[in-house]
Design a binder for this molecule. Structure first.
Ligand code: ADP
Ligand code: ZN
Ligand code: ZN
Length: 744
């Protein structure tokens, strides 16, 4: 392979590319954006250069690249190799996770210190963009190049795009016009913590339970030993205070600390708690809303050893820090720790490897631990530490379950039960705030002809379209396809078209009708468009004392609203009916978390859960806030049906425009796996169409393997995949997901 390289020198005549051969042993490592060392000019002096393109051949006689300068350690390369095997992806994809964001030199980074910058974000799904590229819906090579670059670097400036792709501003503007990217003006804050003025806090006197946990963990820290701990305590039980003091201990010992939190809870309030305890120079924050330049700077602070406390989302586990004293994963049950993009890694597994490497403890914290984590703590693989009381003595809320079947029988067709209606009214009178949670956006879920049963489906995907009232359009939530509302059934020409189900948009409208004086605000993907506005909506709700917040999943996590005393769950069933072995667990977690939003500051909180399944155990256990009872029931089911933690689930997904080929490929791999893997420990299930068997005109099939994914097993699977990749199936793509979040 040949790399096209620009030399890192300012001389004008060097402003062009030079071809270099990539030696075999570097082939997997050199990629676009790599910093490499090459012999340059007649005297072959060694120069630094950047790879801006890779191609098969060159007509020149070329020299070899001497060295690649990723600044990655051997340990990181080892980790990347391990990841590649475990998650069935390319080593280069894993290495990329560990590279400094922004691959340019410091000088270039400084050049973009304007007051405001235009940051470019992808505004469509990566899958969708890939599809448009592959099917030549996007024809311009330059546009493709910019999109490819953005796929790995979402949230860069236009200047950065120009610099790295060689494409002009005009290309980006065209992409904006065509709806592929969104350009957002952003104030430059090279230091994301620069303007923070926060009052210092001191360590609190720990409660007995906190102290016990603290002592157990610091003992391991001081002995330089790895051990995994689970800090299990309800919201408000003082977990964060324990984290803060453990981090303090690590810093005192001259070591560093990594704290992972779910992306969505990386709010300023949450970061403030760390800044208030430590100095902001010591803290680096890493998450996807920072510009690439900001991330670059944070990375430097870490590399240079200035920042010894790293707080970030999933990918912060790859921060370039050495001598780690503790790794903390807060809300460890959160699904965002599992990557949905390639490499589809699990940050908890990576954290475990890194903690072992550093001989330091790994602390997982949660109010509703992942079932697998809790199982491992029962088996003695993880040490369990419990906080059973709320630190500030506020009471857990009172939770009531409402049977929607009964409401219907009593003639109540509204989305609100009588009880919930009365409670909202009461809350409005008391000038207290309410949160209403409904895990479904849009207006109605689907549209059906009452004469013949016809439902309107997406023409690209085998899935019903959702009605969006504000635009009066039917939309596909998978591919974004939209069409006008039908008033006459295309099948039987009847006009009896009915709208079924409910979404957040419809709920808001109904609330506005029922409580015309109440102020409302809605939060779901449709209202959260510009990056950041998620935060803005929540701040508005809090600061302007808006009466009712209506939202999807997004409203559930980690926020703290002192004035909220009522939480209503409109339909607890939406997470029960998903086709996933974790449906019960998700339901229990969501409901327990939602309930935790009510009445946190001494005020009594009320929660009303509406459901068609009032007898379901995950709902009943959430009502009692009884994790153990939930665990015991669910673990018995998992064992009976052979699901994690009793095995790993390996989902091999196929997608293809050609149905004949997808069937052939999946069966070929299946035959191989059946022959080489299926035994008493492994169960390889027959290839089947996926639950959603078509998305964007691509057929979708899958093979599920259940078994313990050991290194041997992964080797066998990798070998089978290689054979398939080497045979000539041009139209079919294969993606593998180990213990996926989403079985659809
Ligand atoms: P969690 O992380 O489990 O939700 P926090 O650490 O945020 O809990 O604690 C909840 C509240 O209790 C915070 O306001 C915190 O300052 C307070 N708190 C925590 N530990 C103590 C303690 N030992 N003494 C007094 N207040 C505490
Ligand atoms: Zn019809
Ligand atoms: Zn679709």
């Amino acid at each position: 392979m040949i790399a096209e390289i620009v030399i890192n020198r300012s001389a004008k005549k060097l402003n062009r590319t030079f071809d270099y051969k990539i030696p075999k042993e570097l082939e997997e490592l050199v990629m676009i954006g790599s910093t490499v060392i090459v012999p340059f000019g007649k005297s072959s002096t060694l120069e630094e250069g950047y790879v801006i393109g890779i191609k098969e051949n060159t007509s020149y006689e070329v020299k070899d690249i001497v060295k690649i300068k990723h600044n990655l350690t051997e340990k990181q390369i080892e980790l990347a190799q391990w990841m590649a095997k475990r998650y069935f992806c390319n080593i280069s994809d894993c290495i990329k996770q560990m590279l400094q964001p922004g691959t340019k030199s410091k000088k270039e980074t400084r050049n973009i210190q304007d007051k405001t910058i235009n940051v470019v974000f992808l505004s469509k799904d990566i899958e969708e963009i890939q599809f448009d590229i592959e099917t030549d819906k996007i024809k311009s090579e330059k546009q493709k190049k910019v999109l490819q670059f953005l796929k790995n670097n979402d949230g860069v400036t236009i200047t950065e795009i120009e610099l790295f792709t060689g494409c002009t501003r005009a290309i980006v503007k065209t992409l904006e016009k065509n709806g592929y990217v969104e350009i957002v003006e952003k104030k430059v804050e090279r230091d994301p913590l620069a303007n923070k003025k926060i009052e210092k806090t001191e360590n609190l006197q720990l409660t007995d339970e906190q102290k016990y946990a603290y002592d157990k963990i610091t003992k391991k820290m001081n002995q330089n030993e790895y051990e995994q701990f689970l800090l299990f305590g309800v919201t408000g039980s003082g977990k964060t205070e324990v984290y803060l003091q453990l981090i303090g201990e690590s810093i005192k010992n001259g070591k560093t600390a990594i704290v992972l939190v779910p992306e969505i809870s990386l709010t300023p309030q949450m970061i403030d708690r760390f800044v208030a305890r430590f100095s902001k120079e010591e803290i680096a924050v890493l998450h996807s809303k920072l510009s690439i330049g900001e991330r670059y700077d944070e990375w430097n602070k870490i590399k240079e050893g200035k920042a010894r406390i790293i707080i970030g989302a999933r990918s912060a586990i790859f921060a370039p820090t050495q001598n780690i004293g503790i790794i903390i994963i807060d809300e460890e049950h959160d699904s965002s720790y599992k990557s949905e993009a390639i490499p589809k890694y699990d940050a908890k597994e990576i954290a475990k490897k890194i903690a072992k490497e550093n001989n330091c403890p790994l602390l997982l914290g949660s109010a509703t631990p992942d079932l697998v984590t809790y199982y491992n703590s029962k088996k003695g693989k993880i040490k369990l530490l419990e906080l059973t009381k709320r630190a500030n003595n506020s009471k857990l809320p009172n939770v009531k379950i409402i049977d929607l079947k009964m409401e219907l029988a009593n003639g109540n067709r509204s989305m609100l039960s009588i009880d919930l209606y009365n409670e909202i009214e009461q809350n409005l009178k008391n000038h207290k705030q309410t949160i209403l949670f409904l895990n479904r956006r849009g207006y109605s879920t689907f549209i059906m002809c009452r004469e013949c049963g016809y439902t309107v489906k997406c023409k690209n995907c085998n899935i019903s379209l959702t009605y969006h009232k504000s635009e009066n359009k039917l939309k596909c939530h998978y591919c974004g396809y939209e069409e006008n509302v039908v008033t006459i059934c295309p099948e039987c020409h009847s006009t009896k078209i009915r709208y079924f189900g409910t979404g957040t948009q419809k709920l808001e409208q109904e609330i506005n009708k029922l409580f015309p004086k109440a102020s409302t605000i809605r939060m779901d993907i449709d209202t959260v468009t510009k990056k950041n506005s998620h935060e803005e909506i929540l701040n508005k709700f809090k600061n302007e004392n808006i009466d009712i917040l209506i939202g999807t999943q997004m409203v559930v996590k980690g926020h703290h609203f002192p004035n909220v005393t009522l939480v209503g769950v409109i339909a607890a069933d939406s997470s029960l009916n998903i086709d996933d072995y974790r449906a019960n667990e998700r339901t229990f977690q969501i409901l327990t978390q939602v309930a935790g939003r009510a009445g946190r500051e001494g005020l009594e909180g009320k929660v009303i859960i509406q459901t068609y399944n009032p007898e379901n155990f995950s709902i009943l256990c959430a009502q009692e806030q009884n994790y153990d009872k939930f665990y015991n029931t669910e673990i018995a089911l998992r064992k009976q049906l052979n699901y994690p933690p009793f095995c790993d689930i390996i989902l091999i997904g196929f997608n293809s425009l050609v149905e004949k080929e997808i069937i052939e490929v999946s069966h070929k791999l299946y035959e191989y796996l059946k022959k080489n893997l299926d035994n008493q420990f492994f169960n390889v299930l027959k290839p089947m169409p996926s639950p959603i068997d078509k998305i964007q005109n691509k057929f979708r099939w899958r093979i599920i393997i259940k078994g313990n994914l050991t290194e041997d097993a992964s080797q066998i699977i990798n070998k089978g995949l290689k054979e398939i990749y080497n045979s000539n199936y041009k139209n079919t793509r294969i993606t593998i997901d180990v213990n996926p979040n989403n079985m659809i």
